[in-house]
Write a protein that binds this ligand. Structure first.
Ligand SMILES: N[C@H](CCC[C@H](N)C(=O)O)C(=O)O
Length: 369
């Protein structure tokens, strides 16, 4: 029997795919944790026929013997059972990812097609993407690769790299303030875990050159596309294009409407028309922005390859750059996303964009591949 819940579980060792909820939801019964150390499915058939019935009452009795979360995590992360993908589910302001320990190989353990299935919110684990922690190259400590939930591979992911940093800290048992270099499709990215557990990320320099976004929109200022008219669905939107390694189209207004009310927008209607617009040959992430003040912006996002998400880190960075270029905001802003707040600074002295925000574990899981 594939899968199991924790209370009233019938747990068959050979097909364990338990999700370990954080302690305040359930304590993890010692017996079940032992099962995770069970021999691989290919071992003697006797273990595959036996099953362990764990009733809700026994969980209460076992409460006292439940392992410390630390012990569970180590046991789980060391688990290398073949035929199963062991992962840790993280989210950054509700932009959620399946994180895979891929440090032993530069080939992703999951194909793009498998990523689509894993990201499906009914038939799979459910996520906006799959992120791989791989060996570093060109002197970087690590490499991060990501597949969107549609199987496409973007250059970079801001919320994802914060989750990546917390994942590495867990795998390497790092404590306190930690920083390391990550090779990505957007170049070298440097996340730093703060004392409060938030992650501050040097996201590198924004790219404004139209051909590097890429976009075929006509340039407005010195090879850049700033507040240019873009016809979508019969409306002329004013857009500014910024790449953070991945392409972004940021809009604050239309020809008719000088101030967007972002909660009034039908993203599933308008988002795909931006994403697949012919002026974006690599498709595009689109951010719709409302200016509350020169230090407080509210945004919603339709992501390339993932649709409407609760947050987009690279998008929040692109939004602040575009807001400064269009004269709406200063260089230090709080960006208000449906999933929560990000602190963004586009620093004048080094032209780098810095993003600070949370990244949390949701659960540990195993899934047959
Ligand atoms: N869908 C994006 C990648 C993920 C970006 C977003 N989740 C972030 O936090 O930056 C793209 O195809 O460029």
């Amino acid at each position: 029997m594939a899968g199991a819940t924790i209370s009233n579980a019938v747990v068959s060792p050979s097909r364990t795919s338990l999700a370990y909820l954080k302690p305040h939801h359930h304590s993890f019964p010692h017996q079940v944790n032992t099962l995770l150390r069970s021999p691989s499915p290919s071992s003697s058939s006797s273990s595959s026929s036996s099953s362990v019935r764990i009733s809700a009452s026994s969980i209460i009795n076992l409460e006292a013997v439940a392992p410390r979360e630390e012990d569970f995590k180590t046991a789980f992360l060391d688990h290398k059972e073949s035929g199963f993908l062991h992962f840790v589910k993280y989210h950054g302001l509700g932009n959620d990812f399946i994180l895979v320990d891929n440090r032993d190989s530069s080939d992703p353990k999951v194909t793009p097609d498998q990523a689509v299935k894993l990201c499906h919110r009914n038939f799979g684990v459910g996520a906006d993407g799959v992120i791989f922690a791989m060996p570093g190259i060109n002197g970087a400590d690590y490499t991060m690769r990501i597949f969107n939930s549609d199987g496409s591979e973007p250059e970079m992911c801001g919320n994802g790299v914060r989750c990546f940093a917390r994942f590495i800290a867990e795998l390497e048992n790092l404590r306190g303030k930690q920083s390391f270099t990550v090779h990505t499709g957007a170049g070298l990215i440097v996340p730093e875990i703060q004392d409060d557990g938030k992650v501050k990320v040097d996201m590198g320099q924004p790219v404004l050159n139209a051909s590097d976004i890429p976009t075929t929109l006509s340039v407005t200022n010195d090879h850049a596309v700033i507040k240019a008219g873009l016809e979508v669905d019969g409306v002329t939107w004013n857009v500014t294009c910024v790449s953070m390694g991945n392409p972004h189209c940021v809009t604050f207004s239309t020809k008719e409407l000088q101030k967007l009310v972002v909660d009034d927008l039908n993203l599933s209607e308008i988002g795909p028309k931006f994403e697949h617009h012919k002026v974006f040959p690599a498709r595009v992430n689109t951010e719709f922005v409302q200016v509350f003040s020169r230090g407080h912006l509210k945004m919603r996002v339709w992501e390339r390859g993932a649709g409407a998400t609760l947050a987009c880190g690279t998008g929040a960075c692109a939004v602040v750059v575009a807001a400064v270029l269009e004269g709406h905001a200063d260089r230090i802003c709080t960006v208000d996303l449906p999933g929560g707040l990000l602190e963004i600074e586009w620093r004048e002295d080094d032209n780098h964009v810095y993003m600070t925000g949370p990244a949390e574990v949701v659960f540990y899981g195993s899934v047959p591949l």
